[in-house]
Design a protein around this ligand. Structure first.
Ligand SMILES: [Zn+2]
Length: 176
């Protein structure tokens, strides 16, 4: 009488579910080319690339994601003590981050870098891909720089949350 419900899995030719196809399907929104360009083909150590790869998929443990699961978290953003800590806030919305990028901009004379427009980006992917695509310097250099600045911000965030160590943007710039 009732036809049995069946689920057709679209991501393999056979229509059957496999773990690896599910894994690949998660990343369909990020084209392979983009991911290669902004993450894998950069000058950075593997751990830095891995952080970028996670961050681009909103898979790092920022306060918003911990809170959603009811897990202990650091509360307001540890860098500015104001905003909700999301991956977007941390890497392109936070006042601390904007200040740091302002210093990086002066240091490397990135004249076309305009942090004032960053408030318009709605996702980490949009921001990150544009950082790499729209800058008029070598794409691979910009990918590497974006990644290394993000890694430094994440390290500073963790130093504040777990070790109560606080460094201002000027000190972080020196580390970078
Ligand atoms: Zn903040």
């Amino acid at each position: 009488e009732h036809a049995e419900d069946s689920i057709i899995w679209k991501h393999t030719v056979s229509g059957e579910y496999t773990a690896s196809s599910a894994y690949n399907a998660q990343f369909l929104s990020i084209t392979r080319t983009n991911m290669c360009k902004v993450v894998w083909k950069t000058w950075a150590p593997p751990n830095v690339k891995f952080l970028a790869w996670l961050a681009l998929q909103n898979m790092i443990w920022t306060a918003d994601r911990l809170a959603k699961r009811g897990w202990p978290n650091c509360g307001p953003c540890p860098l500015c003590r104001r905003g909700l800590e999301t991956v977007e806030h941390l890497f392109f919305g936070c006042r601390y981050t904007l200040r740091l990028w302002g210093l990086v901009k002066d240091w490397l004379q990135l004249v076309s870098l305009d942090v004032a427009v960053w408030a318009n980006y709605r996702s980490i992917k949009d921001w990150w891909f544009d950082m790499v695509a729209t800058q008029r310097i070598h794409g691979r250099a910009m990918s590497s720089l974006t990644m290394l600045v993000c890694k430094s911000i994440w390290d500073e965030r963790n130093a504040r949350v777990f070790r109560r160590n606080f460094a201002p943007p000027t000190i972080l710039l020196r580390t970078i």
